[in-house]
Design a binder for this molecule. Structure first.
Ligand SMILES: [Zn+2]
Length: 289
C-alpha cells in the first residue's frame, strides 16, 4: 500500500531513485488508468506514481480517464495526491520557471469529461469551495521556498479543454476574469480526489506566458519543452522534500469529505454501485455495528 500518490504531467514520466520499484496494473470499474502505476520507496515512504498521459505521452487531456486514474490511486491506499503539472501563466508576476500552488479552479472544458464517481443510482454532493488540500499545498509551498525555488502560494487555475493552446482573445479574456494560470487537466482530478476523500494539491510549473504577453515570443513548442525540462528537475527536488516532511496522519477535512455528501437512501443504492464503489463509500453505507 502506498500512502502518497504522484501524478506526473508533461515531462514527468518517471521518478528516479525509487527503491524496490515495481509496476502494478490496476483494474477499475471505470476502465483503464493511463498506465501501470509504479510503486516504490522514496525517502523511506511508499509512493505510487502514475504518468498522467501514459508513458511516451500518448493520451490527450480530453481523452484522459480521470476516474480510473484517481480510483486506481484509492485502490492502492493513497491518501494524498501531489499533481505535478505544466501550466501557462496569465500574470506578469508568474514567470516561466516559477512554481505556483493554485488554490482555485475554473472549468472551461466542454464538460464531456466524466468527473464524478456518483451517478447511475447514487447521488453525492461534496463540498468543493476550497478544491485543494491546504495542508498539502502549504507543505509543497514551504518545501519549494526552502529550496530557493521561486514559488507563489494561491492563484486560480483555468482548466481549458485543449489540446490546442488559447487564442489571443481567449487568453486576454481569462486575464480580465482574474485567472492566474492555465492548464488542461487538474480540475477533474481535484474533484475526483475530493470524492474519494484523498487530499489533492497541484504543483504547477510555469512553462510560458500563454499568448497574451506581447513582448514575449509567442508560445513555441521548443521553448515550452526547454522550460519543462528545467521545471521537472525542480519539481523532483520539491517532491522529495515534501514526501520527507508529510506526517503519517492527516488532520485536514479531506478524509471526511463524503460524511454528509451521499444523499441517496442507502437501501436504494443499486447493489452493483455499492460493490463498485465499496472502497470509497463502504464505510458510510455499511456502518460497523
Ligand atoms: Zn487534505
Amino acid at each position: 500500500m502506498a500512502k502518497i500518490g504522484i501524478i506526473g504531467g508533461s515531462g514527468l514520466y518517471q521518478i528516479e531513485g525509487l527503491k524496490n520499484a515495481k509496476e502494478v496494473e490496476i483494474k477499475t470499474p471505470f476502465g483503464e488508468p493511463s498506465d501501470k502505476y509504479v510503486i516504490g520507496s522514496l525517502e523511506n515512504t511508499e509512493i505510487a506514481f502514475l504518468p498522467r498521459h501514459g508513458k511516451g505521452h500518448r493520451i490527450s487531456p480530453s481523452e484522459l480517464n480521470f476516474r480510473a486514474n484517481i480510483f486506481g490511486m484509492k485502490k492502492l491506499g493513497v491518501e494524498r495526491i501531489i499533481s505535478v503539472t505544466a501550466c501557462g501563466s496569465l500574470k506578469q508576476e508568474f514567470k516561466p520557471l516559477d512554481f505556483v500552488i493554485p488554490d482555485q479552479f475554473v472549468d472551461r472544458t466542454h464538460k464531456a469529461r466524466p468527473d464524478t464517481f456518483f451517478e447511475k443510482g447514487i447521488v453525492a454532493h461534496v463540498v468543493f469551495a476550497d478544491p485543494v488540500c491546504s495542508d498539502l499545498s502549504k507543505t509543497l509551498y514551504n518545501c519549494a521556498k526552502e529550496l530557493g525555488i521561486t514559488v507563489h502560494y494561491g492563484g486560480t487555475y483555468l482548466n481549458m479543454e485543449g489540446p490546442a493552446f488559447s487564442t489571443r482573445a481567449e487568453s486576454e479574456l481569462y486575464r480580465k476574469w482574474g485567472m492566474d494560470i492555465i492548464g488542461m487537466t487538474n480540475l477533474q482530478e481535484a474533484k475526483l480526489a475530493r470524492e474519494a476523500e484523498i487530499c489533492y494539491a497541484t504543483l504547477a510549473a510555469v512553462t510560458d506566458f500563454d499568448c497574451w504577453h506581447q513582448t514575449e515570443e509567442e508560445v513555441s513548442i521548443d521553448m515550452i519543452i526547454q522550460n519543462l525540462q528545467k521545471n521537472i528537475e525542480n519539481a523532483k527536488k520539491i517532491l522529495k522534500s515534501a514526501i520527507k516532511r508529510l506526517g503519517k496522519d492527516r488532520t485536514c477535512d479531506c478524509k471526511d469529505a463524503l460524511k454528509y455528501a451521499i444523499i441517496t437512501s442507502k437501501e436504494l443504492i443499486p447493489a452493483q454501485i455499492k460493490k463498485d464503489l465499496s472502497i470509497i463509500i463502504g464505510k458510510y453505507i455499511n456502518p460497523v455495528r
